[in-house]
Design a protein around this ligand. Structure first.
Ligand code: GLN
Length: 282
């Protein structure tokens, strides 16, 4: 189905909504087709009676169909707001979720009293966490690791465009950082169980950024083990995880020798991050 050739701005968003798109997504896609900024929803209201030209009409119809086919809005528009930063994203990296801002806020509070903190973001993807930390704590030394060279291209382009100095390293978790110790290690690793039906709804994103073994905890186990060798006394390991993994992740942290093990809620009230402190005295 295609919208009528004579659609106005207001009719176009209404059309996309009748097909099942939430109003906000319809607005963001239309603003993108019009070449307007994604936050400029007021423009749509003041120009509701403007007719769409043929090219905008065709682009919007095409993008609406892509979204109905479950492609993330961020891949269609090529960008995503995260912690106040505009990141460029594409299918080489996970679409950053607002839930992950919980992890950034927690890391910032752990580092509040640490001068010139040393931080690493493992599995940085688009660079979201590392760049948000560097943006907020200019004095921090922020490193970021990814096993995907493609992801590092996306992340380092974001860093350049935003003028944020982050050191990027290619490899598996802490392996490329053999001699480094940190005040905080943060990660939103893959954590979905490989047979989880939820994965079928996420076909547009890289599987390597989502799935992690039968119970979804393979990478978290590796990160917890490696981190014990890479934290300064009193340093923190903070991990995002699945909605039902807080208990398992807390157990892994406790068994590894972390103290003050605790969890944090995401925006939906789900225990989405767990972490612990490496003891000051062993
Ligand atoms: N939060 C994502 C989801 O389940 C998964 C992200 C991840 O595996 N790190 O939709």
């Amino acid at each position: 189905m295609s919208p009528s050739r004579n659609f106005t701005v207001a009719q176009a968003t209404a059309w996309a909504q009748t097909l099942g798109l939430p109003r906000l997504e319809a607005q963001v896609l239309l603003l993108h087709a019009l070449g307007c900024a994604p936050h400029d929803r007021a423009w749509l209201l003041t120009h509701g009676d403007d007719p769409l030209d043929a090219a905008t009409h065709a682009t919007f119809a095409n993008h609406t169909q892509r979204r109905l086919n479950t492609e993330p809005v961020a891949y269609i528009t090529g960008q995503k707001e995260f912690f106040g930063l505009t990141l460029h994203v594409d299918p080489r990296v996970l679409d950053p979720r607002a839930d992950t801002e919980t992890l950034v806020e927690w890391a910032l509070s752990c580092l509040a009293d640490v001068p010139t903190p040393q931080v690493v973001d493992l599995g940085t993807g688009s660079g979201a966490i590392a760049l948000a930390l560097k943006h907020t704590r200019h004095d921090a030394v922020v490193l970021a690791v990814d096993a995907s060279a493609d992801a590092l291209t996306v992340a380092s382009n974001n860093a350049k465009r935003l003028g944020l100095a982050v050191g990027f390293h290619h490899g598996s978790w802490l392996t490329p950082l053999a001699l480094h110790t940190f005040d905080a290690i943060v990660s939103n690793p893959p954590y979905v169980a490989s047979d989880d039906a939820h994965l079928t709804a996420l076909t547009h994103e890289p599987l390597s950024a989502l799935a992690s073994g039968l119970d979804g905890l393979d990478d978290i186990r590796t990160i917890v083990r490696q981190s014990s060798q890479h934290l300064k006394p009193g340093g923190w390991l903070l991990l995002e995880h699945g909605f039902d993994q807080a208990h398992a992740v807390q157990t892994l942290l406790g068994n590894q020798g972390f103290v003050k093990v605790q969890s944090r809620h995401d925006l939906a009230g789900i225990l989405r991050c767990s972490g612990g402190q490496w003891p000051t005295v062993k």
